[in-house]
Design a protein around this ligand. Structure first.
Ligand SMILES: NC(=O)c1ccc[n+]([C@@H]2O[C@H](COP(=O)([O-])OP(=O)(O)OC[C@H]3O[C@@H](n4cnc5c(N)ncnc54)[C@H](O)[C@@H]3O)[C@@H](O)[C@H]2O)c1
Length: 397
């Protein structure tokens, strides 16, 4: 059993608390810090938390607290992490790790120097669908991964600080792109180096300084490409979709809007449907168990088991740092309109990879380009002559 301090009693703090206190969990929140006394107290009443404070350090240094869970606005992550280092408390923090790679790097170095457990709460690489898909990718069912694409779009966040570029550190690229980057990076291989980013970003709808819509491409050293699509202006709810394409197969995942659960109501008695749902009448697409579907249960299971077994969790501050570095390059590219290099002062994966050969032998003299069974019963082979380079076609009946 672990005793937890929850920093932040807002949207994600409550999702985390539902996951932590759900399913007869032995891990308990013993201290809640929030900016305002009333919201801290409300959280304490809802989740049976004995210690309530509006002083962050008091919560972290509480002698009962073993693990600190950071669920605060982005501009407060670093301050909270540094206090965990000071008081030598294990720390798990929500995404994004930092508002930029410089902040993330300082946090990574500090937790490693302090020798404390650190986990990065990227829930979307712990969803049941992601875990199953990743298993297939690891087993080679998709062959060599060529392209991984992730989309997170919704009609915009729920609290004022997100819309303030100074407090949030960016717009939808940072807020939603951090999920997409880690999803696609996982499929391509977390030991494969991200090298360059090209990104388009714009403020199409909202009266804000940050971007509310963006599309980006991330090139990896082994020739794989990742793509993210993010928006705070999308209408119709929370759209979470991933696509992975390899030499041997494809995976398409829809995590939220079309999960096989469809419902119609006139609106009578209707209330909450699912995160960021824009309507509670008509045809609806509810999510059966949001806490589980969004990965929170599997994520905390990994975090707490890793802590107990004295090993690193699947997602650490290092991963948060790499994500921030990729997103910094995306912001730069959106300004310069060029491919921008990913600056990774700390890199622990493979180095010097090149794109694998595209040549598949058909016989001693030919490479195979393609074979196809036609509707008229002929099997066609497209071959390339190894010496002359000529493209040839053979029809087998
Ligand atoms: N799926 C996810 O992983 C996910 C989803 C939503 C948010 N988040 C992240 O969680 C963090 C918090 O987001 P949220 O949606 O819970 O926000 P929120 O506004 O709902 O809650 C923020 C909490 O921080 C507390 N707080 C303390 N000092 C504050 C200050 N100076 N200004 C504002 N709030 C202050 C507030 O009391 C509140 O309880 C952010 O880093 C966000 O990116 C992650």
């Amino acid at each position: 059993m672990k005793k937890i301090a929850m920093l932040g009693s807002g949207f994600i703090g409550r999702f985390y608390a539902d996951a932590l206190h759900g399913n007869r969990s032995a891990d308990k929140i013993v201290s809640i810090y929030s900016r305002r006394q009333e919201s801290a107290q409300k959280f304490a009443d809802d989740y049976g938390v004995p210690h309530v404070t509006t002083n962050m350090e008091e919560s972290i240094s509480n002698p009962d607290v073993e693990v600190v869970c950071i669920a605060l606005p982005n501009n407060l992550h670093e301050e909270a992490v540094m206090l965990c280092c000071k008081h030598k408390k294990a720390v798990i923090t929500t995404k994004p790790l930092g508002r930029n790679a410089a902040e993330a790097k300082r946090m990574l170095e500090a937790v490693e120097q302090a020798g404390i457990f650190n986990g990065y709460l990227e829930d979307l690489v712990y969803t049941p669908k992601f875990i199953k898909a990743m298993e297939s990718v690891k087993n080679g069912a998709l062959g060599r991964i060529l392209w991984a694409k992730s989309r997170e779009t919704h009609p915009g966040p729920h609290s004022e600080w997100f819309w303030n570029i100074e407090l949030a550190g960016g717009g939808c690229i940072l807020d939603l792109g951090c999920h997409c980057v880690e999803i696609t990076r996982s499929y391509i291989g977390k030991d494969i180096k991200p090298v360059e980013v090209m990104c388009w970003a714009d403020t199409q709808v909202k009266p804000i300084d940050a971007e509310d819509h963006a599309i980006g491409l991330i090139k990896y050293e082994n020739g794989s490409i990742a793509q993210f699509e993010v928006s705070w202006t999308f209408r119709g709810g929370l759209d979470l979709r991933d696509e992975v394409m390899g030499t041997e197969g494809t995976i398409w995942i829809n995590s939220f809007l079309r999960t096989g659960f469809e419902m119609f109501t006139t609106g009578k008695g209707a209330d909450y449907v699912a995160e960021k749902a824009e309507s509670n009448s008509g045809w609806l697409f509810p999510v059966g168990d949001e806490i589980n579907e969004l990965g929170y249960n599997h994520m905390f299971m990994d975090m707490f088991k890793s802590m107990e077994e004295g090993r690193e969790p699947k997602e650490t501050f290092y991963d948060g740092y790499v994500v921030n570095a990729i997103l910094d390059a995306a912001y730069k590219s959106a300004k310069t309109k060029q491919w921008e290099p990913v600056q990774l002062d700390i890199w622990r994966g493979k180095e010097g990879l090149t794109k694998p050969s595209t040549l598949t032998d058909y016989d001693a003299d030919h490479y195979l380009i393609k074979e196809e069974m036609t509707h008229f019963g002929a099997k066609k082979l497209i071959l390339k002559n190894k010496t002359t380079g000529r493209i040839e076609e053979r029809v087998l009946s």
